[in-house]
Design a protein around this ligand. Structure first.
Ligand SMILES: CSC[C@H]1O[C@H](OP(=O)(O)O)[C@H](O)[C@@H]1O
Ligand SMILES: Nc1ncnc2[nH]cnc12
Length: 294
């Protein structure tokens, strides 16, 4: 019998997005994880009857910078909260003339230049190697594109998001290098988030909301936080309309993910059962319980 999935939609709100108004049965709840504390409580609720879980990535009031985020706790908490699908809503700088502030990019690739973050749930005592060749779930990408086009939002499907460590913005030489690499947008947070979502067998996609031209554009000022936040607050209505439209589109009961995101661990764990560390296996209960319990 084919498996039926009842979707629960996770939303990770980036800079400037610390709440989702209009949810039915709203309740902020603390979700404990074996990896430590997530950035904040998770807002549980429903949109058009579809269960939604919202996590402000940097916490309400933005106390936590990109390098100090507990990415493992955030993803584990969303998994524990029942999420099947996760949408990242992120502020980004543009590396292309045709992606001006206000534009939304449904990215399909990442270049991970972050270097000071824990990037895996696995490790000594349970080694796993998942594929992130295609790090974004195309099924969620399709739904996001359909919703954005239906709302006539300025949107581009596809593009590469360069993940820098930060917290400082890029030098001009770096910005120009990333442009030469063919990247579309730049931000500081979507890795290792996307890799961890894949390890946790969550379908994951990103809406990259352009707030600035970074520092390469001769006719635009270099990016500042004020500018990012100002543009993002201006974009917030678009982001909220997109969420209202995409959640019902993703919410209907469905089969397994055609791209296999929800079975990413099927051929990934290499450590022999007798060599596995029970303490690590216990921490992996939410992320990999599907396989480890079997
Ligand atoms: C406030 S500008 C820099 C900040 O904004 C982006 O965060 P997020 O992806 O959570 O929206 C960027 O990655 C930086 O963390
Ligand atoms: N130019 C930029 N660089 C890195 N992260 C960003 N977030 C928003 N704009 C950014």
């Amino acid at each position: 019998m084919p498996e039926t999935v009842t979707p629960v939609i996770g939303l990770i709100g980036g800079s400037g997005l610390y709440d989702i108004e209009g949810l039915e049965d709203r309740e902020w709840r603390r979700v404990a994880t074996p990896w430590g504390d997530p950035s904040d409580e998770i807002l549980f609720g429903r949109l058009a009857g579809v269960p939604v879980r919202f996590l402000p990535r940097h916490g309400r009031g933005h106390p936590t910078p990109p390098s100090d985020l507990n990415y493992r706790a955030n993803i584990d908490a969303l998994k524990r909260a029942g999420c099947t699908d996760v949408i990242s809503l992120s502020a980004v700088g543009s590396l292309r003339e045709d992606l001006p502030p206000g534009h939304f990019v449904i990215v399909d690739q990442f270049i991970d230049r972050s270097f000071a973050r824990v990037k895996s749930f696995f490790g000594t005592g349970c080694v796993a190697h998942v594929s992130v060749a295609h790090p974004v779930c195309p099924r969620i990408g399709d739904a996001l594109e359909g919703a954005a086009r239906g709302l006539v939002l300025p949107v581009t499907r596809g593009g590469t998001y360069l993940v820098m460590e930060g917290p400082q913005f890029s030098t001009k030489a770096e910005s120009e290098l990333y442009r030469q690499w063919g990247c579309s947008v730049i931000g500081m947070t979507n890795m290792p988030e996307a890799k961890l979502a894949r390890e946790a067998e969550l379908c994951y996609a990103t809406v990259a909301m352009v707030t600035d031209f970074d520092c390469w554009h001769p006719d635009h000022d270099h990016v500042t936080v004020d500018q990012v936040v100002k543009v993002l607050f201006g974009n917030a209505d678009k982001a909220k309309a997109l969420v209202k439209s995409v959640v019902p589109a993703l919410g209907a009961p469905r089969g397994l993910c055609p791209a296999g995101c929800d079975r990413a661990l099927d051929h990934a764990i290499i450590t022999a059962p007798e060599k596995r560390d029970p303490a690590l296996l216990a921490k992996l209960d939410a992320v990999a319980g599907r396989l480890l319990r079997a």
